[in-house]
Each structure stands twice: as structure tokens, then as C-alpha cells.
Design a protein around this ligand. Structure first.
Ligand code: UTP
Length: 276
């Protein structure tokens, strides 16, 4: 069973400067909820209640968000505003939140490695909160992946088809389809130019990882931009036939980019409306 979810949230979010100069990208709101709260809710829907968050300098607002604000609660108690805090209060009651810092931003692989101390020797989920995943039709993306893990018991990456000229933005997989939408990964390339991309199946920010990944990351050499890439570490496991890629049901918005962020905002505004 997957009991813990890791949220690497230490990146600088430079695409959102100056908004992210003193505020974490993960706290940017889509309507009235910060991105990371959507991620935590997705994890809870998948039956996970222990959140492990990798933060860095200037990210303290994340810890404050998942804590009680006595002054504020006292101020709005009994008013029409009180219900606005119900969802977050439920999360705080239901879940545990633990934190560790990534001191130098040396890539997603390094951030996940830093999470080892919070995860221990058990399989775990990873959510990149700036990838907002919504499935209006049914189960959340992480829930779908946890169920797949129960069947195959190996590492799983979520994938989606992207236009062929956009492969340079993603990790891209190659592999054999073993059941509908599920691939046994044979190759993975980080941000390939379209001519070097084995497919147009791109990895997005949802993973289930087995704990052997920590040792593999430790042995992995820095890749593109001198950063420790999780794709390079996963490639090592894939060579042993231990990584699946899963074409999830639902929609993913790249909220780390201004375009994806606006798209997600419009999408949810049309579903949920504005002021409640
Ligand atoms: P991104 O590359 O999308 O995030 O990393 P970034 O570096 O913050 O964004 P830009 O490109 O400068 O705008 C994907 C995820 O991995 C985390 C980020 O916080 C984000 O959730 N990450 C990335 C870390 O935690 N540590 C790192 O060293 C790098």
C-alpha cells in the first residue's frame, strides 16, 4: 500500500518571476486554492495521508498553509466566511505534513533523494504540484496510479501524448504496450529535440516510485544543465524492466508556465464559477 506522498517544491519557479521572488510557486492560487492544496487533495483521494514536502529558502508559506491560523479563525468564526476554511481544515486534521529542505536546487532527482529521510524504505507517490491534474469523469490521476501499482508493484510514471514539436519540454519514454494505456518502459530521454525523441509520450508530474530509486539516484551522474534528473535514474530501473508508464485518464495543466496556469484557471472557473 502507498502511504506517503512526496512533493518536491524547492524549485525557484523562474518562469513566474517576479511573482515567485518571495512566494513559492506552489502557493499560486487557481481560483481560491493554492496549487499544492490541489495536489494534497489528489493524494488524499488516492488513500494517502502522509505528506512529505521538500522545501527550500523562501518557501515557509507552504508550512503555514497546512497549519492552523488561530488569529484568522478567531476573526471569522461564526461569519459567512468560516466555511471557506473547511476544506483546508479537514486536510490538516486528516493528514500529517513533514518537511525537509533542499539546500541547493540541483534538480528533481536531487530533491527526491532529499525526501529519502521522510519516506524510508517503502514505495511512495510523487506529485509535482505545478502539474495540475483534473479528472472530471472519475478517479483522480494518483488514485488511478495507486491502483495500477497494486497490480504490478513496480515504479510507474504518468505519461501523456504531446505534439511532436514539443518533446524538448519533457522526459519522453519508449516502450511496449502491455495493456491498454500501460507501457513497459525500455528507454527514457530527458527533453529530446523532436528528431531524437523515441515517441511523443511525455512524462508528467505524477510518479509512483519504489524505494530502490534512492540508491539509484545516488549513483546517477548529473545530466542536462548539471542537474540530477529523475528520468536518468528511472532509466536505470527501466533497463531492468521495472518501470511502467501509464497514460492517465483526465487532463493535465502545466501551471509552471503562464499559459498553462491561465488555461487551468479558466477551465476550473468554467466548472466551479467565481465567488461562492
Ligand atoms: P520545474 O523545473 O518545473 O520547476 O521543476 P522550477 O525549476 O521551479 O521552475 P522554473 O523552470 O524555474 O520556472 C519541477 C518540480 O520539481 C521541483 C520544483 O519545485 C517543481 O515542483 N524541483 C525542481 C525541486 O524541488 N528542486 C529542484 O532542484 C528542481
Amino acid at each position: 500500500m502507498i502511504k506517503k506522498c512526496l512533493f518536491p517544491a524547492a524549485g525557484y519557479g523562474t518562469r513566474f518571476l517576479p511573482a515567485t521572488k518571495a512566494m513559492p510557486k506552489e502557493m499560486l492560487p487557481i481560483l481560491t486554492k493554492p496549487l499544492i492544496q490541489y495536489g494534497v487533495e489528489e493524494a488524499v483521494e488516492a488513500g494517502i495521508h502522509n505528506m512529505a514536502i521538500i522545501t527550500g529558502r523562501g518557501k515557509r508559506a507552504i508550512e503555514d498553509h497546512f497549519d492552523i491560523s488561530y488569529e484568522l479563525e478567531h476573526q471569522i468564526k461564526g461569519s459567512s466566511k468560516e466555511p471557506l476554511l473547511t476544506e483546508i481544515r479537514n486536510l490538516i486534521t486528516k493528514c500529517t505534513f513533514s518537511y525537509t529542505r533542499q539546500i541547493e536546487m540541483k534538480g528533481l532527482g536531487d530533491a527526491i533523494l532529499k525526501g529519502g529521510i521522510l519516506i524510508g524504505q517503502e514505495p511512495f507517490a510523487v506529485v509535482l504540484a505545478d502539474d495540475l491534474c483534473i479528472n472530471q469523469e472519475g478517479e483522480g490521476v494518483l488514485d488511478q496510479m495507486v491502483k495500477l501499482y497494486e497490480k504490478y508493484k513496480c515504479s510507474i510514471v504518468a505519461i501523456m501524448e504531446v505534439p511532436e514539436d514539443k518533446t524538448y519540454k519533457y522526459g519522453v519514454i519508449d516502450g511496449k504496450e502491455i495493456e491498454e494505456g500501460v507501457y513497459m518502459v525500455s528507454n527514457m530521454v530527458e527533453k529530446p529535440e523532436p528528431k531524437d525523441a523515441p515517441t511523443n509520450l511525455a512524462i508528467i508530474g505524477r510518479y509512483i516510485l519504489t524505494p530502490d530509486i534512492f540508491e539509484v539516484i545516488q549513483k546517477t551522474k548529473p545530466g542536462k544543465n548539471g542537474e540530477l534528473q529523475i528520468t536518468d535514474a528511472l532509466m536505470n530501473l527501466a533497463q531492468k524492466g521495472m518501470v511502467l508508464a501509464y497514460k492517465f485518464q483526465g487532463q493535465r495543466f502545466d501551471c509552471g508556465s503562464v499559459e498553462g496556469y491561465v488555461e487551468a484557471t479558466n477551465y476550473l472557473y468554467n466548472i466551479e464559477g467565481g465567488d461562492k
